[in-house]
Design a protein around this ligand. Structure first.
Ligand SMILES: [Zn+2]
Length: 73
């Protein structure tokens, strides 16, 4: 089975949570990505891109490559 590794903006990786059957779990803090259990250190990095988007920025985070992408071009 192919396991997709999510590359988080905080520098950690997240793997699919096969035990739960859904969601991704951070390999460094073991919290489910996007859950309230995520440490602010991880979460704030993800939230940053939501804020940028809300402000009209074209900068997004690519979870596949682990890099910022500018979607305006
Ligand atoms: Zn983490």
């Amino acid at each position: 089975m192919m396991s997709f590794i999510m590359k988080l903006p905080c520098g950690s990786d997240a793997e699919f949570d096969y035990a739960a059957g859904h969601g991704y779990r951070c390999t460094s803090c073991n919290a489910v990505v996007g859950s309230v259990g995520m440490p602010s250190r991880c979460k704030s990095q993800i939230n940053k891109y939501d804020v940028l988007k809300a402000l009209g920025s074209s900068i997004r985070w690519n979870y596949e490559t682990g890099q910022e992408v500018d979607v305006s071009h």
